[in-house]
Design a protein around this ligand. Structure first.
Ligand code: PLP
Length: 282
């Protein structure tokens, strides 16, 4: 890891932040995760825009400008020896002068940029696909979600999945609609139509999702794409299923709970979409 804290570059174990930081105390922060392809950051402007949208949703007033954040990200990428790297940007409301929720207790934001070499996806994700379970959310959420430092429900959903031997959970909102994975967007293919839940169901506006929507608009996909609320049954009866995220691209899902999806092997259309997506973003 190479870490940039408020402009200072540090090796991972040396990177430390105050225990009075509000991200630590209250999860009072927003974050982004992107990657580089051959030292070039992926859709970095969109990631920084989404960071600011998340900040606005939790009334966190950035004391860093988008331009400064971009230059700190580029500085970190430049200084790190990795060609293909994960980039995480964390912006906390700042360091508190005392314990207490009042944002007035806080000084300026803390900006942390992490970078670490990204390993290729494990080969078995493509040969076998991953398995998922369903997780019922308790917190009511509607509209596109901010990406904040408070991922408690997602952590519980992921923990439940791994404790039951699955890769991750598809989360279900309080209206019974499947929303997304704990750090990925959700997709199904049925009768040669690609479906993904709408942002209004409480879904993060994923940038991989956005790229696929953009490809659909430009007629670069081999099938139509529809944003629609989806139920558990839509997932269990799908011909194919997959998840997307910036760091993992397209990952086939071949089992949900104890049901095999399609013939239990990664779907041909899913693998085609992965290939088209990688061509598109590179
Ligand atoms: N949904 C959630 C809750 C996430 O945390 C993430 C990414 O971290 C995604 C979806 C996928 O978004 P992206 O494609 O921008 O990585």
């Amino acid at each position: 890891f190479l870490v940039n804290i408020n402009g200072t570059l540090l090796k991972g174990p040396e990177a430390k932040i105050s225990v009075f930081d509000r991200g630590f105390l209250y999860g009072d922060s927003v974050y982004e995760a992107t990657r580089t392809f051959n030292k070039r950051p992926f859709r970095i402007d969109q990631h920084i825009d989404r960071l600011f949208l998340s900040a606005e949703k939790i009334s966190l007033e950035p004391t860093y400008s988008k331009e400064v954040i971009l230059s700190e990200v580029l500085k970190t990428i430049e200084a790190a020896p990795f060609k293909d790297a994960t980039i995480r940007i964390v912006l906390t409301r700042g360091t508190n002068s005392d314990l207490g929720l009042d944002p007035a207790l806080s000084g300026p934001n803390n900006l942390v940029v992490f970078t670490k070499e990204i390993k290729p996806n494990p080969a078995w994700w493509i040969t076998d696909g991953v398995s998922m379970i369903f997780f019922q959310k308790k917190i009511e959420a509607s509209g596109s979600l901010p990406k904040t430092g408070n991922y408690q429900e997602n952590i519980l959903a992921n923990r439940e999945a791994t404790s039951r031997g699955a890769y991750d959970s598809f989360m279900i909102n309080t209206h019974g609609h499947v929303t997304e994975g704990t750090t990925s967007n959700a997709w199904v293919i049925k009768n040669n139509i690609l479906f993904t839940p709408p942002l209004a169901d409480g879904v993060l506006d994923g940038l991989t999702r956005k790229a696929l929507l953009e490809m659909a608009k430009r007629q670069m996909l081999p099938l139509p794409l529809v944003e629609k609320s989806l139920t558990k049954d839509d997932f269990l009866s799908a011909d194919e299923c997959f998840i997307t995220s910036t760091t993992r691209n397209v990952v086939p899902v071949t089992k949900i709970e104890s049901h095999l999806i399609g013939n239990g092997k990664p779907g041909a259309l899913t693998l085609k979409l992965l290939e088209l997506y990688l061509e598109f973003v590179k």
